[in-house]
Design a protein around this ligand. Structure first.
Ligand SMILES: NC(=O)c1ccc[n+]([C@@H]2O[C@H](COP(=O)([O-])OP(=O)(O)OC[C@H]3O[C@@H](n4cnc5c(N)ncnc54)[C@H](OP(=O)(O)O)[C@@H]3O)[C@@H](O)[C@H]2O)c1
Length: 249
């Protein structure tokens, strides 16, 4: 069960696209009554519940809240039910928050019992259903200190059609937040209305996946055609820490 805290643009878009894959999703906003927003009405896989239920019943939790709200929830102990699980932090702090300890790092410190992965903060909400741009799948960088959590997060991203790229430990979260800031600046400069992303060019994508998602061989994505990439088979995922060996082909 995937839990999403925040049911605004990011949380709702994520929940809808997970539901399209047949995943069951628990989602919450601030209200405790569990009413279903109009945009989620036609997705029986999505269950609107109070936030504590999302925290208690999710196997993997996604934070799609304003940064300050996520920090408040963490500081108030509302995300702590004593069970360490993976949390995907999509937040981008306001640029005034800084001092070298930005969102991902700070949340990881506030949530020591969780395995925090910073990811999806570079993906505009509208792109969650369109993971391919100009014929190329969009790259989603992720950062975290826990290899098993990065693999879980990578599987989620693959399911959504993105290419996950491991950028290292949670200390790299500020770089992802700066990248998001840069993408937002490009968006605004060229009025792209959230239709942008980047596709990393490397000799072998499997070499930069979290340790290690072995990518199945796949044909090039046809230009202009939306294509969901198959999630990696569980057998192909190794949780060996450290840099992944290149899979033999
Ligand atoms: N929008 C994007 O394209 C995008 C892309 C990448 C990352 N992000 C990041 O995703 C996060 C959410 O952005 P957004 O655009 O989705 O914002 P949004 O549309 O304003 O939605 C924010 C959601 O957070 C909920 N919320 C606020 N405080 C809460 C609390 N204490 N407990 C539970 N829920 C709470 C709100 O609840 P109510 O429904 O009750 O008001 C609302 O559903 C931000 O950190 C943003 O930086 C956004």
């Amino acid at each position: 069960m995937i839990g999403v805290l925040g049911r605004g643009r990011m949380g709702s878009a994520l929940a809808r696209n997970l539901a399209v894959q047949g995943k069951r999703v628990l989602i919450a906003g601030r209200t405790r009554d569990g009413t279903r927003p109009v945009g989620l009405a036609s997705y029986p896989e999505i269950h609107c519940v109070p936030a504590p239920v999302v925290v208690a019943r999710s196997d993997l939790l996604v934070l799609a809240l304003p940064f300050d709200a996520a920090v408040d929830l963490a500081r108030d102990g509302l995300l702590d039910d004593g069970r360490g699980r993976t949390v995907v932090d999509t937040t981008n702090p306001p640029s005034s928050v800084g001092g070298g300890r930005r969102s991902g790092r700070l949340l990881a410190e506030l949530l020591p019992q969780w395995r925090v992965v910073k990811a999806l903060n570079t993906v505009p909400a509208g792109m969650l259903g369109e993971p391919v741009l100009d014929g190329r799948p969009v790259t989603v960088p992720l950062a975290g200190d826990h290899p098993s959590a990065k693999i879980e997060c990578a599987a989620l991203l693959c399911g959504l059609g993105f290419v996950p790229v491991d950028v290292g430990g949670i200390d790299r979260a500020p770089a992802l937040e700066s990248l998001a800031e840069l993408l937002m600046a490009i968006d605004s400069q060229h009025a792209l209305r959230g239709r942008l992303g980047f596709s990393l060019a490397v000799p072998e994508l499997s070499a930069v996946a979290p340790a290690s998602v072995a990518w199945p061989d796949r044909p090039p994505v046809p230009v202009g055609e939306r294509q969901r990439l198959a999630p990696p088979a569980v057998d192909n995922i190794r949780s060996t820490p450290g840099r992944p060996p290149r899979p033999s082909r």
